[in-house]
Write a protein that binds this ligand. Structure first.
Ligand code: SF4
Length: 241
């Protein structure tokens, strides 16, 4: 409490809490927290610094055939930074993957498609209303971008979170399968990601328990039904993690 210049930390009824409206994320409390209950996640790196860290894993990349995956949030919000790192990786022969929700300017994603080796592309729901309700954003640009990068011949793995009662209905899956089967080029595979509550611990830590929304994992029969529907359309499908 003494360390915080913003008076963001309080102690009431034996509970220490942080007022996130006042917190400026300076990290001073994390530096002095004796039990390390408070921590700052994430660190800023210049491209040079980051690439030096990536290069250290070169022996592992060579042995495993692995590489670098740019994830987020949405990594393409920082498209120029990502392009810089991808170019360095390319020169060094390191494989690069972009994990994107695709809700980004079309010229940005096509620029990246020219240089990245693989896309992991999120497809949450074909239903515009459902998509807007749960993500606060339309799916139109996302679907357009998926089609555009598919036409460039980019390697794409589509990843679809499957949430009970939200997007695992038969009609939802048929709509997604039909759309994917009509893309300019078939993606390598669609990975269904059954919803789980792993983020619960983090949300609790951030005091964001309202973000749970009561989502539930899909049943095994719903997962199998979805896999079966994609296969009917000739789309390779599997469950991922
Ligand atoms: S990070 Fe900690 S010390 Fe800094 S403003 Fe937030 S609560 Fe205060």
């Amino acid at each position: 409490m003494k360390t915080c210049t913003e008076n963001a930390i309080s102690f009431t009824d034996h509970i220490i809490s942080t007022n996130r409206d006042h917190c400026i994320v300076c990290g001073k409390c994390a530096e002095v927290c004796p039990s390390r209950a408070s921590e700052i996640c994430g660190k800023t790196y210049q491209p040079d610094e980051l690439f030096k860290i990536i290069e250290k894993d070169m022996p592992f990349f060579i042995q495993s055939g692995g590489g670098v995956t740019f994830s987020g949030g949405e990594p393409l919000i920082h498209a120029d930074y990502i392009k810089d790192i991808i170019s360095r990786c390319k020169q060094a022969g390191i494989h690069t993957t972009i994990d994107t929700a695709g809700n980004i300017k079309t010229e940005t994603i096509t620029g990246i498609a020219r240089i990245a080796d693989l896309f992991l592309f999120d497809l949450k729901s074909m239903n515009e209303e459902i998509h807007k309700k749960w993500t606060d954003s339309s799916n139109k640009l996302i679907l357009h971008n998926l089609s555009v990068i598919s036409a460039t011949g980019a390697r794409i793995i589509i990843r679809m979170p499957l949430i009970a009662g939200i997007n695992d209905g038969t009609d939802d899956i048929h709509d997604a399968a039909r759309y994917i089967s009509e893309l300019p080029a078939m993606p390598e595979i669609i990975q269904l990601l059954p919803y789980h509550n792993i983020a619960g611990h983090k949300l609790n830590k951030l005091g964001k328990t309202d973000d749970f929304h009561g989502f539930m994992p899909p049943s095994e029969s719903s997962i199998q039904r979805a896999l079966g529907i994609f296969k009917q359309y000739g789309i390779a499908a599997e469950t991922g993690a």
